[in-house]
Design a protein around this ligand. Structure first.
Ligand code: ADP
Ligand code: MG
Length: 685
């Protein structure tokens, strides 16, 4: 192709090589083996194919609506074929009373069915039996303007196949192909672009999805195995004084069944020979902090230090306060280190850390990247994982010769498929039980025009001694406008709630001011906290019973659920009120429906995955793993993913040293994918 087209493909579709083009798959196919009757047409049909003749031409309209109309019939009825461009060219090319195959998308115009800019081919030249399914490629506006539309893409791919003079080499080993009845890669790639029928298309899709998911899983599992081999773990063999005293004397309540189970799993991990890498998923309020604390006490009992990382300063401080409070007068030294820890407080902490006097260090990850040295870090707890990628975890390991056990906690429940892909190298524990006595949060969707009723409702809650959050969206691109909305909202609320004390919190404030606001709210000095999503993660004010989310349409499901989780932490009934405009997109309506009908974080996460696709899921971007899956779909292909994972596991188990000739193609392929420019699972390598 010419340079201009090539550079369009570069820029618009990130296609830089024949290989990229080969793996640029159609997004849909249209069956061109079927011929419709003109009498069957309505505007509801997608693309159709007709066979018949043009009886007459007519030129009509002026200026932009100037058009050429061909009256076309197959004997059952007439349909208008319409061209707005290239009138002369079309009229010269097409003949009356000649059999043509017409292909296009019908629409209604002035009560008549017409087809604008159809493909018209001489019926004697077109063999319909060979046409099969016609591929459709996504192209951009820019490409279309340069004539690089779906058809042109199909031609390029056709040319590409013409250039290949031998079969495309197989990437899966013969035993896998045989055992799972897979189509060869060569066939699959041909068929995915130009299928003859939907049956062979399905087989090709299956093969390519299988392959795509297989190599992701192989990569993760191979990596996990390797790590297991390379790193011996610190052994926490005993359950000692601190754990027992805390458990029997300090704990004000029973652990839930789920908490007990997870603590057991952790104990088994740290008592083995390898390094623990465990992800704890638990819905907001399920009591992850306590599980973390118990694990850190195990570390202490075995002579190790522990640290706990949180993504924000507010959250670190809260963890710090919680741990101190829970530990009471047990002789466990906890310190806090964040970006705003003053220099003169910092040095003694660093010293104590290095000589082993500090048992537990709480902080943000920024701090750990500095020259913070532990004497013997045995366990790292990372809270709210989705802000930390695999890369950061790896940094943690570099802190010692023997890497610490790693416990990752996330309150964003991640659908299984995504977890397996993102954190496939982690073992997963689930806390699927809330502490007893929690009342499910009541969620309502409210139109802004009706917010008066909402305000009187909030007043009643405040009169009963409760507190409320009012959250506004804050998005980077829109920051100025959003901050103004927050300010306006705040002022308006100050008028409405003039008898009450309001606080204001947003990310632009200095850490100190933020803290002060947060503290005032936590201690009940303010009753309404007007805020951006900085309160999203982890903040715990049990007395707050109302969460109002303004412009709820601008939040994703997971984020809404996170925000909602800020209430319902005390004993009283809590409410979440989602405020939106009256006019809503279909998508927003669905989100509101899911939120008002479900309190289950996993259900919501699944729904979110289906609505948005994994590329947009919270966490996937920050994780450093982009999800440009070419054909598999994590929302739809869960079963296949699980199946393929086992196949990949089989290979890793059978050939741990990657030297069995049988699997050579597989390992070579993995190496090749990892070296490719577009490989972005590279975080794990
Ligand atoms: P999250 O999983 O969201 O981090 P937290 O650890 O903050 O949850 O716990 C939420 C609240 O529940 C805290 O106030 C905590 O003290 C309390 N909690 C934790 N475990 C239990 C339990 N087993 N029984 C009663 N309350 C608990
Ligand atoms: Mg938490």
């Amino acid at each position: 192709m010419g340079e201009q087209r090539a550079s369009l493909l570069n820029r618009e579709l990130n296609i830089h090589s024949l290989y990229d083009l080969l793996y640029y798959f159609p997004y849909k196919y249209i069956d061109r083996s079927r011929v419709f009757k003109v009498s069957e047409l309505g505007s509801q049909l997608q693309h159709v194919q007709l066979i018949g003749e043009i009886r007459s031409f007519e030129e009509m309209g002026e200026g932009v609506s100037r058009r050429l109309v061909a009256h076309f019939t197959d004997g059952t009825a007439f349909v208008d074929l319409v061209w707005f461009r290239g009138l002369k060219f079309v009229k010269n090319r097409l003949k009356l009373n000649t059999r043509y195959v017409v292909f296009g998308k019908p629409s209604m115009f002035n009560g008549r069915v017409n087809i604008a800019h159809p493909d018209v081919d001489d019926a004697s030249l077109l063999k319909l039996d060979n046409m099969g399914l016609q591929p459709y490629y996504n192209t951009t506006e820019k490409m279309k303007r340069s004539g690089l539309n779906s058809n042109a893409m199909a031609k390029l791919v056709q040319n590409l196949f013409g250039l290949l003079n031998k079969e495309i080499e197989e990437t899966l080993s013969p035993d896998i192909i045989r055992k799972h009845g897979l189509m060869s890669l060569d066939d699959a790639l041909h068929i995915i672009h130009f299928p003859k029928n939907s049956k062979e298309l399905q087989l090709a899709q299956y093969r390519l999805k299988f392959e795509e998911l297989f190599f992701i899983q192989l990569n993760i599992l191979h990596y996990a195995k390797d790590r297991q081999k390379r790193y011996v773990g610190h052994r926490f063999a005993k359950v000692g004084d601190m754990f027992n005293r805390f458990y029997h004397e300090n704990l004000p309540f029973e652990l839930t069944g789920a908490q007990k189970r997870v603590v057991k799993e952790i104990r088994a991990d740290v008592n083995g020979n390898s390094q623990m890498n465990r992800l704890i998923q638990g819905d907001v309020g399920s009591g992850k902090t306590l599980v973390a604390l118990l694990s850190m006490l195990l570390a202490k009992d075995n002579g190790y230090q522990a640290c706990m990382l949180a993504p924000t300063e507010i959250l670190s401080e809260q963890h710090y306060a919680t741990l101190r409070r829970m530990l009471g007068n047990l002789p466990v030294r906890v310190e806090l280190l964040t970006g705003s820890t003053r220099q003169k407080d910092r040095l003694p902490i660093l010293e104590a850390l290095e000589n082993g006097d500090v048992d537990i260090l709480v902080g943000t990850h920024a701090v750990l990247e500095d020259n913070v040295q532990f004497r013997n870090l045995g366990l790292a707890v990372i809270d709210e994982q989705h802000r930390f990628g695999v890369v950061q975890r790896a940094k943690m390991w570099a802190k010692n010769n023997i890497p610490p056990h790693v416990l990752v906690m996330t309150a964003t429940p991640i659908p299984r498929t995504l977890a397996m892909t993102l954190y496939g190298d982690l073992d997963v524990s689930v806390i699927d039980e809330l502490p007893p006595g929690r009342k499910p949060i009541t969620t309502n969707h409210i139109f802004r025009s009706r917010s008066d009723g909402m305000y009187s409702f909030i007043k009643k809650q405040l009169e009963a001694g409760r507190q409320a959050y009012v959250v506004y969206p804050l998005i980077k691109e829109n920051e100025k406008l959003d901050l103004k909305n927050l300010e306006d909202g705040y002022n308006q609320l100050c008028n409405i709630f003039c008898d009450y004390r309001l606080g204001k919190l947003h990310g632009k404030m200095k850490p100190k001011e933020k803290d002060e606001e947060m503290r005032r709210f936590a201690q009940g000095e303010t009753q309404i906290l007007v805020s951006t999503t900085v309160i999203e993660v982890g903040v715990d004010v049990p007395n707050a019973s109302v969460m109002v989310i303004e412009n709820a349409e601008r939040f994703g499901l997971s984020q809404l659920h996170q925000l909602r989780g800020r209430v319902g932490r005390g004993a009283s009934q809590s409410y979440c009120l989602l405020v939106t405009d009256y006019k809503l997109s279909e998508d927003t309506r669905k989100r509101m429906e899911i939120m008002t009908s479900s309190n289950d974080g996993f259900e919501i996460a699944e729904a979110d995955l289906k609505l948005r696709g994994p590329g947009d899921m919270e966490g996937t971007q920050q994780s450093g793993i982009a999800f440009d899956l070419k054909i598999a779909n994590l929302a739809r292909d869960e079963q296949l993913l699980q199946f393929v994972r086992e196949v990949a596991r089989g290979v890793v188990e059978a050939d741990p040293e990657c030297c069995n000739p049988m699997y050579r193609v597989v390992w070579e392929r993995l190496r090749m994918i990892k070296n490719m420019r577009n490989w972005n699972w590279g975080a794990i390598s």
